[in-house]
Design a protein around this ligand. Structure first.
Ligand code: 9WN
Length: 463
């Protein structure tokens, strides 16, 4: 990997010279750890951690799960406050909203803000303002890892309080969101996947009627804080807004999605996370006095459905299924690799995904020369600077690394770990990174980058 420039290491806490991949010395690792802790501390806000003080000043769902894992390494009580705070905003139907708005912040501190979502008008929404969407359900594994890292009595009590809420989150996804009837949950908005403008959504989004000019009526907050050339376009945002408007009009009810909703897609990541959550719940259940059996059964059913509905034997990877056309989306994005997190993924799919990850498309190796990209490097629509259309993200690398560890590939997992550490050593705790140079992009002090760096530095065994 060549030298990153944008963002540079933080001068206050950052390492001076962390060396090349795999050669990061112990003193440098100490400095990296301090940088990560300082980033989390700076983003802590009473009972949760903001992803970024500038771009994302509220609480985000899957960010909080990753961030809780980071807190478990340094201040375990904050891991539980983070998760408990998020689940206090759970809706009566079990959905965990993707944004919980901080009422103390001024109007306009994020777009679309609470006035746009109008969650208060929806049945079963909490008193605090939230969005009406979900994000990948990575919370049960996060809670399990946080407990395993520091298994105190207080941690166990917090985990047991969380357990029924985690179960309700799964029930919501498995029932209300199984619009395709095949045992998988669908996403109703690209934001629900966490990979907002991934090329995976281009085809299903193209069918949503929208005009970029509608964005003149709104003030985008993201482009005031980040380079517009790195962010989704105005036409993307016009479609995002149109899809929310359609869901909001029905007060975020899921009963007639198939008949009315313009975007319905089964996402490999959301469903892999849902399966991994059942495995984690099977570990948590005995602590909470519950039977792990049903969790194991549901986990097996989800893995079977994922392989049946989203795996394409001709490409050897997983693809989203567009329920409007009942076809797989052809783009080969990093979403396709994420089913590796399932411990019961059959050997055939594991070896196909390892081959896909090690191909020129994603460049995974025991010694990586460039970080894992979010999209196929060889695709004509690969964009090294634009958000989820090429740049490297720490959370996706972390998920793939866990999958590799779980499937007996510690060599490749170590290569990925080195490349993740090197990114932060070169560029700081950025939101995402240039997939060729490792330059830091987006927000410079990003929560999950710091949190997951702490986790990979600790290098706990899988489980
Ligand atoms: C919309 C907070 C979130 C992440 C998402 C990431 C980005 C929001 C945005 O930031 O999405 O939810 O405004 O772009 O795509 O994964 O959770 O960090």
């Amino acid at each position: 990997m060549s030298t990153g420039t944008a963002g540079g290491p933080h001068t206050d806490h950052g390492p001076r010279d962390a060396g090349t991949a795999g050669a990061t010395g112990p003193r440098d690792l100490g400095a990296l750890r301090r940088l990560a802790v300082a980033t989390l501390e700076a983003n802590w806000e009473h009972d949760h951690t903001v992803p970024s003080r500038t771009l994302y000043p509220h609480q985000w769902s899957w960010d909080s799960a990753f961030i809780a894992i980071g807190w478990s390494h340094v201040r375990p009580e904050r891991a539980w406050r983070e998760l408990a705070g998020l689940f206090r905003a759970q809706w009566l139907d079990g959905r965990v909203p993707h944004i919980v708005f901080n009422p103390a912040l001024r109007v306009g501190s994020y777009f679309p803000g609470p006035e746009f979502w109008a969650s208060g008008l929806a049945e079963g929404a909490p008193a605090v303002a939230t969005s009406g969407l979900i994000q990948p359900p990575v919370h049960a594994p996060a809670a399990w890892l946080a407990y395993r890292r520091f298994p105190s009595g207080a941690g166990r009590a917090a985990l047991c309080r969380l357990y029924p809420r985690l179960v309700a989150q799964q029930r919501y996804l498995a029932t209300r969101r199984d619009v395709g009837g095949g045992g998988l949950a669908c996403v109703v908005h690209p934001w629900e996947s966490g990979l907002d403008n991934s090329p995976a959504w281009d085809a299903p989004l193209a069918a949503v009627p929208a005009d970029a000019a509608v964005m003149r009526a709104y003030r985008r907050h993201d482009t005031a804080h980040a380079d517009a050339a790195h962010r989704p376009t105005d036409l993307d945002y016009a479609r995002y807004v149109a899809i929310v408007a359609s869901y909001r009009e029905r007060r975020y009810r899921d009963d007639d999605l198939a008949a009315r909703h313009p975007f319905l897609v089964e996402c490999p990541l959301v469903n892999a996370a849902m399966g991994a959550a059942e495995h984690a719940l099977a570990r948590i259940a005995p602590l909470a006095g519950a039977d792990p059996g049903p969790h194991r059964e549901r986990a097996a059913r989800i893995t079977e459905a994922l392989v049946r509905r989203l795996y394409d034997p001709t490409t050897g990877t997983f693809h989203p299924r567009d329920l409007r056309t009942d076809r797989l989306v052809p783009a080969r994005t990093v979403l396709g690799l994420t089913p590796l997190v399932l411990p019961d993924l059959p050997a055939r799919q594991v070896s196909a995904l390892v081959a896909e990850a090690c191909s020129a498309r994603f460049g995974l190796a025991v010694r990586m020369d460039r970080p894992l990209p979010s999209h196929d490097r060889t695709a004509p629509d690969f964009e090294p600077l634009r958000y989820w259309r090429g740049p490297s993200w720490m959370n996706v690398s972390w998920l793939v690394r866990r999958g590799l560890l779980g499937h007996g590939r510690p060599d490749l997992a170590a290569g990925l770990r080195d490349s993740m550490i090197e990114l932060v050593a070169r560029s700081g705790c950025h939101e995402y990174f240039h997939p060729d140079t490792g330059a830091g992009l987006g927000s410079p002090a990003f929560g999950w980058t710091a949190a997951l760096l702490l986790d990979v530095l600790a290098d706990d065994p899988p489980g």
